[in-house]
Design a protein around this ligand. Structure first.
Ligand SMILES: [Mg+2]
Length: 428
């Protein structure tokens, strides 16, 4: 044994990579439109409201994240900008394929959002890290046509920092050396740190803490007092000690269930529908309590196993276009699913709903994918508060539901290239 690399296993330095897909939605659209390679491209939110993904060329033209389409419509036309409606089915499909490819190359991975994942690269020797990452990047580009950036460092928070600089360089950035960490943290504005939101930024700036380095050097006790344990963890991670370890597929294992046996058998469709809707109300309320979003809704109905007559039990799973905690969206989906599985002339004994594919709201919003407009969110929070204060079911969703059945406008929608046989791209 011996040699340069015979470290004691206990002192093995963790190496954590953050993979981020560059301008992800735009990159997905470009895969099938190579003619748009150097052109400004913008993807719009639901109903073609505002910009949620921009190519670098569009960024250079000054298009801001979240900018309403009508505000840059004129410049878009003048500059021959390509505009797309969100095609979530396509993006979700690309994301799954890329994640599967990445997962096949590493022992431990955590999917963090639709376009980000943490990889554990501790097993890769330091001198091979760069080429290992470069190879991953080339593979994703070659097989799926999507450019990615990889940042590697000692903790998740530092890996995010490294990724920030990877985007500004060739796409791979390794940040393990203490002195280098120091240098790059001094170049990073404090608001760019993962988990430092607008309010924290405001406060830190009043305290003269304007760079990541200054936050790293802040006394942990003081930070804990002023920014709670969350702030303290960020400082810990900036100092190279892990406060957020891998949570492999934790969210996908979790679910929220609300179900009940009926005191008396239920035969009418209306009664069953009412039960399902009230279960959904409760389940989505729990979802918001936990600050989570769900993308799948399951509903089930059962007749009494022990009574005479045919036994019937069925379950239906619905995928929402986008993760949400907005009750009316789930109610609309649940009602539709119930129609599919309901059979008349049966006596139902039990019904229930479950919410699956959960993820935390912070993660989701951090990646700008949230389709919950702040108005809807406000409405949900207000209803929850009223129900908390005045008792359950004080306010319900009957009226709200009407509004959600309107058809969404997606004028510039690209075809479902990868998920619909009719829309497979043609080879010319
Ligand atoms: Mg990205």
């Amino acid at each position: 044994m011996g040699g340069r690399h015979s470290r004691h296993p206990l002192s093995l330095m963790r190496k954590i990579a953050l993979v981020d897909m560059n301008n992800f939605y735009v990159s997905c659209e470009r895969v099938f439109r190579p003619d748009l390679g150097n052109k400004p491209v913008v993807v719009l939110s639901n109903n073609d409201g505002c910009a949620i993904a921009r190519s670098n060329e569009a960024k250079t033209l000054g298009i801001k994240m979240g900018e309403p389409y009508f505000k840059f419509k004129e410049i878009a036309q003048k500059m021959d900008m390509a505009i797309f409606s969100s095609n979530y089915t396509l993006y979700q499909d690309f994301s799954h394929r890329i994640m599967a490819l990445l997962k096949s190359q590493v022992p431990l991975m955590e999917v963090y959002s639709i376009d980000e994942a943490f990889l554990d690269l501790t097993h890769v020797p330091e001198e091979e890290l760069f080429s290992f990452c470069q190879h991953l990047k080339d593979q994703v580009r070659q097989y799926l046509g999507i450019p990615i950036s990889i940042g590697v460092s000692l903790t998740k928070t530092l890996a995010k920092v490294a990724n920030h600089f990877a985007k500004k360089s060739e796409g791979v950035f390794i940040l393990l050396d203490e002195k280098e960490i120091h240098t790059f943290l001094s170049r990073l504005p404090v608001n760019e740190i993962w988990g430092i939101g607008r309010n924290h930024t405001k406060y830190l700036l009043t305290q003269g803490i304007d760079t990541a380095l200054k936050l790293k050097q802040a006394p942990p006790k003081w930070i804990r007092q002023k920014m709670s344990v969350v702030g303290e963890r960020i400082v810990t991670e900036l100092n190279g000690k892990i406060a957020y370890d891998f949570e492999e597929d934790l969210a996908s294992k979790k679910m929220i269930t609300v179900s009940r046996s009926f005191p008396k058998d239920v035969t009418s469709y209306e009664e069953l529908e009412w039960a399902i809707c009230s279960f959904i109300e409760r389940a989505t309320e729990k979802l918001r309590e936990e600050r989570m979003l769900a993308q799948k809704l399951g509903i089930f109905i059962k007749t009494n196993r022990f009574s005479e007559g045919t036994y019937y039990s069925n379950f239906q799973l619905i995928h929402l276009d986008v993760a949400s905690h907005y009750t009316p969206s789930f109610i609309t989906a649940g009602k539709k699913a119930l129609k599919d599985i309901y059979k008349p002339h049966l006596a139902y004994k039990k019904a229930g709903v479950c919410l699956l594919s959960l993820r935390s709201q912070e993660e989701f919003q951090a990646s700008f994918l949230s389709q919950i407009s702040s108005k809807k969110e406000q409405l949900m929070l207000t209803l929850d508060k009223l129900n908390q204060r005045y008792g359950k079911r004080t306010v319900s969703y009957g009226a709200v539901n009407q509004a959600t059945t309107s058809i969404t406008h997606r004028q510039f929608l690209s075809p479902h290239y990868t998920t619909s046989w009719n829309e497979l791209p043609k080879v010319k």
